[in-house]
Design a protein around this ligand. Structure first.
Ligand SMILES: [Zn+2]
Length: 58
């Protein structure tokens, strides 16, 4: 699976949505353990989500 698929799943998680049907939480965790770039991407997405919530943008 490609990084972009994990990032789609991560952004769904951050938004409180369900994972895409082809993605499992275990696969996502395993990828994040081995891919620092997706780990950093997920952190950034989480921070942006918190910021948006604080300013009531979504
Ligand atoms: Zn990755």
């Amino acid at each position: 699976m490609h990084c972009s698929e994990f990032r789609t799943a991560l952004s769904a998680l951050v938004d409180g949505e369900d994972l895409p049907p082809e993605m499992t939480g275990a696969a996502l965790d395993a990828h994040l353990l081995g891919c620092a770039e997706c780990g950093a991407w997920g952190e950034r997405a989480r921070r942006l989500r918190l910021l948006a919530a604080r300013f009531d943008l979504g």
